[in-house]
Ligand binder design. Structure first.
Ligand SMILES: Nc1ncnc2c1ncn2[C@@H]1O[C@H](COP(=O)(O)OP(=O)(O)OP(=O)(O)O)[C@@H](O)[C@H]1O
Ligand SMILES: [Mg+2]
Length: 261
C-alpha cells in the first residue's frame, strides 16, 4: 500500500481536483484505492457523492483508531460499476477541524498511521486530500504518508507557497518521518495564453527544477464539469477529457514509482 498526501499550504490551487484526477487514473487501472478526506470542507467526499450511513468519519477515526471505527468510516464512492474495483472514501467532516491544532503532540500525529495499519492489506493506493494549512491535520496526513505531492498554480503567491511547503516537508522528515518523500510539484490551472502564467512557469522551473512533475495541467472547463457531476475524468465524454485522463495516467505513474529527493 502506498500512501500519498496531496498538499499545498495555499488554498484553492487544485488539491481536491488533482486528488480526484489521480484517483480516476487509479480507478481506470483497477487499483484498490482509498481516498481520505482530511479537509473539514469535505469537498472530496461531496465530489465522490458519498454519504456515511452511520455517521462515522475521519473525525471518528482520529478519536478512536480501532479497526471497527476505521471500517465504518470507509464507504464505497459513487465511482463503481459491475466490472469495477470501486474507489472507497474515508468520509470527511467539519468536526475534524477540532484536530487541526497549531501544536499537535506526537501522539496526535501518529493517529492516521495507526488507523491505516488496520486496513493496510486492503488497498494498493491511499490518496489523502489535505486542507490548505500546516496545522495538525496536514501534519497527521504527512506522518501517515510515504510521499507528498505538492500542488501549485503558476502565480506569485503559489511560488512562495511551494517553497514553504518544501521547507515544511524537510522539518517534518526530521521531526517525525524520515521515510517521507517529496513526490514532486504538479502545476495546475496553467493558461498558455497568459504572459503572467508563462513567466511564473519559467520561474518555477528555475526554482524547483527536477521537483516539477510533467505534464502540466491546463485550466479546462472539462475538469470542473466532471467534478461537478461526480464522474471520474476517465469516464467523461469528449476529447478534452481523454487528453486530461492521459495526463493523470502519466502523473500517477510518476507519483507512484519515482524515488526522488
Ligand atoms: N485544471 C483546472 N481547470 C479548471 N478548473 C480547475 C482546475 N483545477 C481546479 N479547478 C477549479 O478550481 C477550484 C478550486 O479547486 P480545488 O477545490 O480542487 O482546490 P483546492 O486546492 O482543493 O481548494 P481548497 O484549498 O479550498 O481545498 C474548483 O472550482 C475547481 O473546479
Ligand atoms: Mg480541497
Amino acid at each position: 500500500m502506498q500512501v500519498v498526501s496531496v498538499s499545498s499550504l495555499k488554498g484553492g490551487v487544485g488539491k481536491t481536483t488533482v486528488t480526484l484526477g489521480l484517483a480516476s487514473a487509479a480507478f481506470a487501472k483497477g487499483l484498490r484505492t482509498l481516498v481520505i478526506d482530511m479537509d473539514p470542507q469535505s469537498d472530496v467526499s461531496a465530489a465522490l457523492a458519498s454519504r456515511s450511513s452511520h455517521g462515522y468519519s475521519i473525525d471518528s477515526v482520529l478519536n478512536n483508531t480501532s479497526s471497527s471505527v476505521v471500517r465504518q468510516a470507509v464507504v464505497p464512492s459513487s465511482w463503481t460499476g459491475p466490472a469495477d474495483v470501486p474507489v472507497h472514501i474515508m468520509m470527511g467532516s467539519p468536526a475534524v477541524s477540532a484536530h487541526d491544532k497549531p501544536t499537535p503532540t506526537k501522539q496526535d500525529l501518529w493517529k492516521l498511521e495507526e488507523a491505516l495499519a488496520t486496513i493496510e492489506s486492503q488497498y494498493d493506493l491511499v490518496l489523502i486530500d489535505c486542507p490548505p494549512s500546516f496545522n495538525g491535520l496536514t501534519q497527521t496526513a504527512w506522518t501517515a504518508a510515504d510521499s507528498v505531492v505538492i500542488i501549485a498554480e503558476p502565480g506569485l503567491f503559489s511560488v512562495t507557497a511551494v517553497h514553504r511547503t518544501l521547507l515544511a516537508l524537510q522539518a517534518m522528515r526530521l521531526k517525525m518521518s524520515p521515510r517521507l518523500r517529496t513526490a514532486g510539484v504538479i502545476i495546475n490551472r496553467f493558461r498558455p495564453d497568459s504572459p503572467e502564467h508563462l513567466f511564473r512557469l519559467d520561474e518555477m522551473k528555475q526554482l524547483f527544477g527536477d521537483h516539477i512533475l510533467e505534464p502540466i495541467l491546463d485550466e479546462t472547463l472539462t475538469l470542473q464539469q466532471s467534478t461537478g457531476a461526480a464522474v471520474p475524468i476517465h469516464r467523461w465524454p469528449g476529447e478534452s477529457a481523454q487528453t486530461i485522463a492521459r495526463y493523470f495516467d502519466r502523473l500517477l505513474v510518476k507519483v507512484l514509482v519515482e524515488e526522488r529527493f
